[in-house]
Design a protein around this ligand. Structure first.
Ligand SMILES: CC(=O)N[C@@H](CCC[C@H](N)C(=O)O)C(=O)O
Length: 388
């Protein structure tokens, strides 16, 4: 049973740690966050509804907390989906969905969202706040269609904030910077079709396992030989599939990966090199290559004025220690929100030895209450600071 509490006066762990543990047990893929959506809706219904309005959009949720005399609107966005990873944590509250795991902290992001929401139900401010629980961040990307959705238009924030857990930073710290924080991304799916055959007669077939191996190695030469060493780009092939049996030459193979760049022009360059290399493979290995770039995300670009103001406020209040970080090659479809709405994303320190997308990641839960307090205090200060 979930109960809510006053987040500003808390001296012991809040119920939002327990909420995170419950969310952790029900990780679901993008646009299939049905249980997660229901869990969040059930919790929201436990709150006093006087100032609340709730809408659903696909498997996502929008909540409006009405201010007392609104002049503007703040926004907090949390992503909802899990990853296809078999969990290997030491938790007693492991995933109940075999083969799926919250290994990117979205359970933490959502529980923090509910904590901030609870705070403002209990301590309303002058201004309105939109809470955006967004599906499909890991793919195919819920941010862009949610931004364009009818449901969000009259609750569009004037300033928006999101956070992402950071295993490498201690609890009690956050890290951010004005400008680019996360990279441009593009998914990459390459299907190779050759000619299958008997393992003993390779000269009569075109083996797509061999072609796939060559291609994986060649793709890395784009990074090492085509990209200016002072620029940055990543190509990761995270999955290879090919063939049917050990003594059958593979007719088909498939590579699945992702491209990361710090500029749109470098993304164009990487894609044109992939196309040139694969055209060469078609000739060299007498096969057919089909490329699909899947979901593409814009860079996460923090608005300079809003971010610098937030960083100054964090230094002044000392609620957490601020680290001015460099950009990372992670991707986030929150970049679409930041393209339209001034705001920022920051890393939340949850110090843990295993990184994002690792089956053993165990974020330090003490960061949950701290983040609730930080964002609640920030929105309150921004709202109070504008009083005439
Ligand atoms: C924060 C984080 O880990 N985000 C994901 C976003 C994935 C975008 C897309 N599905 C892709 O793989 O390119 C990341 O992997 O950085």
């Amino acid at each position: 049973m979930i109960t809510n509490s006053n987040t500003s006066l808390r001296t012991e762990p809040s119920p939002f740690v327990e909420i995170r543990r419950q969310l952790h047990q029900i990780p679901e893929p993008g646009y299939a966050e049905f249980k997660t959506q229901q869990f969040l809706l059930d919790y929201i219904l436990t709150l006093n509804q006087d100032r609340l309005e709730t809408r659903t959009w696909r498997t996502g949720i929008l909540v409006n907390v009405k201010g007392t005399a609104p002049r503007k609107r703040f926004g907090y966005r949390a992503d909802m989906d899990g990853l296809p990873i078999k969990e290997e944590t030491s938790y007693a509250f492991q995933s109940a969905h075999p083969g799926f795991m919250h290994a990117c902290g979205h359970d933490v992001h959502m529980s923090i969202g509910l904590g901030i929401l609870t705070h403002f139900v209990q301590h309303p401010i002058r201004d309105d706040i939109t809470f955006i629980f967004q599906p499909a961040e890991e793919g195919p990307g819920g941010a862009q269609p949610m931004l364009e959705s009818e449901e969000l238009q009259d609750w569009m924030p004037d300033t928006i904030v999101a956070l992402h857990i950071a295993p490498e930073y201690p609890v009690g710290t956050i890290a951010t910077k004005p400008g680019i924080l996360f990279a441009n991304t593009s998914e990459l799916f390459i299907d190779l079709t050759g000619k299958g055959g008997h393992a003993a007669f390779p000269h009569l077939a075109n083996d797509m396992v061999i072609t796939a191996c060559q291609l994986v190695a060649q793709l890395q030469t784009i990074i090492s030989r085509n990209i200016n060493p002072l620029d940055s780009a990543v190509i990761t092939i995270g999955k290879i599939e090919g063939g049917t049996k050990q003594n059958i030459i593979a007719e088909k193979a498939r590579l699945e990966g992702t491209i990361r760049t710090l500029s749109a022009s470098t993304m164009t360059l990487v894609k044109s090199r992939i196309e040139a290399l694969t055209a060469g493979m078609e000739t060299a290995y007498d096969c057919k290559v089909d490329i699909d770039y899947g979901a593409n995300y814009r860079q996460v670009f923090n608005d300079a004025e809003t971010t610098e103001h937030f960083m100054g406020w964090v230094r002044e209040t000392g609620i957490v220690q601020l680290i001015e970080c460099t950009e990372a090659m992670t991707g986030e479809d929150f970049g679409y929100f930041l393209e339209k709405i001034p705001g920022f994303m920051f890393w939340l320190g949850v110090e843990t030895p295993y990184g994002l997308h690792h089956s053993k990641i165990e974020p330090n839960e003490q960061a949950i209450d701290l983040a609730i307090h930080l964002i609640s205090s920030y929105f309150t200060a921004m709202s109070d600071g504008d009083q005439e």
